[in-house]
Ligand binder design. Structure first.
Ligand code: K7E
Ligand code: CUA
Length: 684
């Protein structure tokens, strides 16, 4: 513990000086300390005993009992979203979103491959940072979960009745879709701000990198969401100066109609950003009047641009995704429309940008700052009306810091990143460098409580913590480093979450649980808002897949040239057909497998020897297709991969592959042994 405090003292000292002198040097020192704090030996000696037996009881959910909350946690570089139960920390499901998933066949089956299509072609991976639950009137409505991808800019919508990805839309004129997918408070739009500024898609991108200031631009995009179907559409984009957009949150209440984005690299550096983008004492929070933008677009303002981006939709009736390349976007140049955008100075490379439940306060978190600035929406409006500006930046007015500032939380800790709220006037801010959660009061800006995290917390989550009415029973920390917390597993250790009970007014740690991939942001919602609308199986009569087989009597194998379509059913515990002959070398075989069960939780799997994709995992009432191109003459077993009954191990069959010119006729059967054993034919 002493060592930790020592390190914190050094950091504090560095910060103090950094305000007076050249920030460049201190930034380097701070980064060194980051490394020491992260990797070093400063583990509190009592870390292992931070939870009392009494506290652990609070996280205990007895066998057979349900959790109170669903917790949707970003999978980071796994590209997926994981679902945990809270307070138990039990992993319930990993939802495949931006990466192929061999467990479910997502991205491998013919029906789901189009979900991962982009303007760059098929991309089976991404880096997922922020899950966002849909909101109506500023509260969670339990309909959808949105997810961003950071690398190839995309936004996904997950249907919370099926826990499946229903739609993915790519964002043109963007690179590194980080400040996304945050919702407006009544669910009209999802925003997507570019982290990396780049030349716009239609500009000549073949320019020197050091022409950044001239040629690189930023954008923030608004994707409209249909209230009933959830269907997404790129509504408009706003052209911004070439800086980095990091995080965002919607206004609400008095600030409804506005959106706030944190920005860094206002230095417009294009190399060694850790030094070069840390020079200015303040970067910005962008306040954007999206209602005005919407109105401008309605009036026909903005540039109609020809761009290319993929829009992928999964149809629940055909169980099939389609990918369309869209070609239109509307771009509003922020500096051409006075009143649309304002910059608020925010200290030291802000990261988090959070709005309190009343919508009156905007919290910026400068990741190199030793204080937390809180801005007042009311003061911001007054400053705008009185034009209390500090000049402009790239044509956009910069509001005077003091004119928008409500106040600063002094000495909250080090490296503030993200803030969530409890709805009772308090905020919880994660402190990366000092590795703790700090609770403070929004009105008087006094620190009320602090709880150490093990170690290096990034985001944190209060259920409904970014809505009008948080469900503030818990706060959950998502940590980058877990050294000494879990059994070693080679060079990489599990990432982790830590659960704190906050119902008493004090933070009390009650649980550690490891997470899948890297957890960045997470959201949680009362289980009752989702679980009763959960789909149990798909109705077979509603199945509109063009290759559906609605009963065993309709199973068949059809050849068209060298394409062979196998219309196959599965039900406990056999496939129909389960013997197939007459497949020839050079054939492309498509197994269209329909699960004709009509019961909850009875998927069947399907795999055939040598298939170069993954299994299919077919839900009751659903059809999925596996493509298979045999490469050698012979007998190929196929089988069910999901233990579905006592006779699961009997759920198998064979495919016979003959040479290209072989006389073996196409035949298929279940239980009748076709063709007769003496019609050998064969390829030998
Ligand atoms: Cu702070 Cu990508 Cu939201 Cu990670 S981000 S922590
Ligand atoms: Cu079907 Cu195992």
């Amino acid at each position: 513990m002493k060592e930790t405090q020592g390190v914190i003292k050094i950091i504090a000292f560095t910060f103090k000086n950094s305000f007076m002198k050249d920030f460049r040097m201190s930034a380097i020192v701070i980064f060194v300390i980051f490394a020491v704090a992260g990797l070093g030996s400063c583990k509190p000696k009592n870390a292992a005993t931070a939870v009392s037996g009494d506290a652990a009881q609070k996280a205990y959910v007895a066998p057979g009992k349900y959790d109170e909350f669903y917790n949707f946690v970003s999978g980071g570089f796994s590209g997926q979203v994981a679902v945990y139960g809270i307070p138990s920390g039990r992993l319930l499901r990993v939802i495949p979103v931006f990466a192929q998933d061999p467990e479910s066949g997502y991205g491998y089956s013919e029906e789901t491959k189009p979900m991962l299509n982009t303007s760059h072609g098929y991309i089976p991976w991404d880096d997922q940072h922020h899950p966002e639950l849909s909101q109506t009137n500023g509260d969670l409505d339990g309909k959808w979960l949105f997810a961003n991808s950071n690398n190839t800019p995309r936004v996904a919508r997950i249907d919370l009745t099926t826990f499946r990805t229903a739609e993915i839309i790519e964002i043109p004129n963007s690179a590194g879709n980080h400040s996304s997918p945050f919702t407006t408070d009544n669910g009209e739009y999802i925003v997507a701000g570019t982290r990396f500024s780049v030349p716009m898609d239609n500009d000549n991108g073949d320019v020197p990198i050091n022409s950044y200031k001239k040629n690189f631009k930023g954008t923030v995009s608004f994707i409209s969401v249909d209230k009933t179907s959830g269907s997404m559409k790129l509504a408009f984009q706003v052209l911004m100066p070439g800086i980095d957009f990091d995080l965002a949150h919607t206004g609400k209440g008095p600030s409804e109609g506005w959106f706030f984005f944190s920005c860094y690299n206002t230095e417009q550096a294009n190399t060694l950003l850790e030094v070069n983008a840390s020079q200015r004492d303040k970067d910005f929070i962008l306040a954007l009047n999206w209602k005005m933008a919407e109105q401008l677009v309605k009036e026909g303002k903005g540039d109609r641009q020809n761009v290319k981006y993929a829009h992928n939709v999964y149809d629940e009736n055909t169980h099939t995704a389609t990918s369309t390349i869209e070609t239109q976007s509307v771009m509003l140049d922020a500096k051409q429309f006075p009143g649309l955008a304002y910059f608020i100075p925010c200290p030291k490379s802000p990261h988090g940008c959070d709005v309190d439940p009343t919508g009156s306060y905007i919290v910026g978190s400068g990741k190199l700052a030793a204080l937390i600035p809180v801005f007042s929406f009311d003061k911001l409006q007054k400053a705008i009306a009185a034009k209390t500006f500090d000049g402009e930046y790239a044509g956009i007015p910069v509001v005077k810091y003091e004119a928008a500032l409500y106040g600063e939380v002094q000495k909250p800790g080090l490296g503030p990143l993200h803030t969530e709220f409890d709805g009772q006037g308090n905020a919880y801010t994660s402190m990366f460098v000092s590795s703790e959660i700090v609770k403070w009061n929004i009105k008087d800006l006094k620190v009320l409580d602090r709880a150490p995290c093990y170690y290096s917390i990034g985001h944190l989550c209060v259920p409904g913590g970014d809505t009008k009415h948080p469900d503030a029973k818990y706060v959950i920390a998502y940590n980058k480093i877990t050294k000494d917390r879990y059994l070693p597993t080679g060079p990489e250790l599990a990432q982790s979450a830590q659960l704190f009970d906050i119902s008493s007014g004090k933070m009390e740690m009650i649980l550690d649980f490891p997470t899948v991939g890297e957890p960045h942001y997470a959201q949680a919602i009362a289980a009752d808002k989702i679980r009763n609308s959960s789909v149990k199986f798909f109705k077979i009569e509603d199945n509109k897949n063009p290759f559906v087989t609605k009963g065993e009597g309709q199973a068949k194998v059809v050849r068209k040239g060298n394409t062979v379509d196998v219309y196959m059913t599965c039900i406990r515990s056999h496939f129909t057909p389960d013997n197939i002959e007459g497949i020839k070398m050079g054939d492309e075989v498509y197994f269209h497998v329909t699960n004709i069960e009509q019961d909850w939780d009875i998927p069947h799997g399907f795999a055939v020897k040598g298939n170069k994709n993954a299994e299919l995992l077919v839900m009751p009432g659903e059809t999925q297709t596996l493509k298979w191109v045999p490469e050698k003459v012979g007998i190929y077993p196929m089988y069910c991969t999901d233990f579905c009954s006592a006779l699961h191990q009997e759920m198998q069959g064979y495919v016979r592959v003959s040479s290209a010119g072989s006389p073996v006729a196409l035949s298929y059967s279940t239980g009748t042994n076709l063709p007769p054993a003496d019609s050998t034919g064969g390829s030998k």
